[in-house]
Design a binder for this molecule. Sequence first.
Ligand code: ATP
Ligand code: MG
Length: 215
Amino acid sequence: MAKLIGLASTKGGVGKTSIALNLAAVLARDGARVVVLDADPAGHALAVGELGALDFPVISLLLEEVEAKAVAAWTKAVRSQDADFVVIDAPGALGAAFGAVVAIVDVALIPTGASMLDIRGAAETVGIVRRHRKAGGRGRPDILVVPSRVDRRTGSGRDVVGTLAGLTEPVSPAISLRAVVADALSVGEAVPADSPSGLEFVALAAAVRARLESL
Ligand SMILES: Nc1ncnc2c1ncn2[C@@H]1O[C@H](COP(=O)(O)OP(=O)(O)OP(=O)(O)O)[C@@H](O)[C@H]1O
Ligand SMILES: [Mg+2]
């Protein structure tokens, strides 16, 4: 069965889509069958996929209704993906899709920046994911906090992994703020594999795999 990885944040603009696509690119490069599901009505991941340069499919799978029937159909469609890894890009705001993503995934990646306000947002998301996890009663998803858009020139950027440990969930290696992350996706590509950013996404993929294997 496919391993299900969700990007979750109640705060927008934290790097969910960028991480979903670049993480998927690393997993695909390693030979895994990967699908990215865009559950965000904004359709940013889909738009990048439509540029045709990624070597994995990006499929739109929206859930805009809260009724049980719609959620069940959405969940079934996620489970029917023929892949080793399904990476789900969830919308930032709290809505039907956010809850459904948290209810189905094995691991929830929570990207966050390093500033005080970013960390407050991440703490809120961690709290909500934990509540959903308790209500779901299956002991999942596991949570992995992902330091994202980290500026190493700032004190908070340099300290981010230690600071985020205060959220009392595992913290992955950081993804730095670099123009290449934005530039590559704007031409439909993941960051170059051997670039400094590419190596950070390789380290992130290793951390995600390690979490999944520990479940
Ligand atoms: N590591 C990075 N370095 C530089 N820019 C980045 C990085 N990650 C994301 N960005 C830029 O930050 C912005 C937000 O990133 P992204 O769209 O991935 O976040 P998101 O959480 O999916 O946002 P939304 O809530 O709108 O869906 C984009 O302009 C993106 O290009
Ligand atoms: Mg997005």
